[in-house]
Design a protein around this ligand. Sequence first.
Ligand code: HPA
Length: 276
Amino acid sequence: MIQEQLNETSQYLIKKGFDAPEIGIVLGTGLGKLADELKDPIVAHYNHIPHFPLATVEFHSGKLIFGQIEGVKTVVMQGRFHLYEGYDFKHITYPIRVMHSLGIKKLLISNAAGSINLDLKKGMLMLIDDHINLQGGSPLAFKEVSLFGERFVDMSQPYNQELSTALLNAAKKEGITLKKGVYASVIGPQLETRAEYRYLKLIGADAVGMSTVPEVIVANHLNLPVAAISVITDEGDPDNLQPVSVSEIIKIAEEAEPKMMRLFKEVIKGIGSRSL
Ligand code: HPA
């Protein structure tokens, strides 16, 4: 059944002109501007795309946009679906399966995250090197999953080495600090308590957020190379915890966004010139 839905969704997008994108990008909270860089954009609102999860209030601006970045055909998700909005794992990862059906060969993901490793300061970027799934479930726990690939997906190297190295090289070239780290995913939407920040540190997380991991699991299920960057929007220091608001998280993400955009564009340029 999901296969039929995927066909219908991709047919709708192909008719609109989403013509064989090579790269998919997921833009996180406060990180939507990269979509403005697309040349000859074609916009599909989530609300209009067949079988896409129905948008919540927060989500009225969600869009899937097709266009070119550095001459490379790209599809961008401006806004993603989260568990905390009441969706299930299958819903929030459906767009990844759609982009894969459209033909993407590589996936770049961004998110806003709080730091656990206090060397990571507000506004800095972290390359996700590995993750810890604390969301209490899996996007692969459904009956027909084996129709799409291996059920017991290997996760020894969930983030693609080549793409990650390309991001690190881009950071060096652009003079942007990019540290590798472990991302822990929680459901949210509440932020962490002091005790939870202590716990996250103890189990080896460098940053915490409410997204990305389900999408990365599905990308691995599809054998789709994926790399991801967290923009650090707040610091989870349990011994000096400051209240944070979502508006502040969004403000910091927006301020740091140009750095992330430069890295993604540089990597896409490499893909365009076939050096990657
Ligand atoms: N915790 C969880 N999710 C987040 C945070 C955080 O501190 N910051 C941004 N997303």
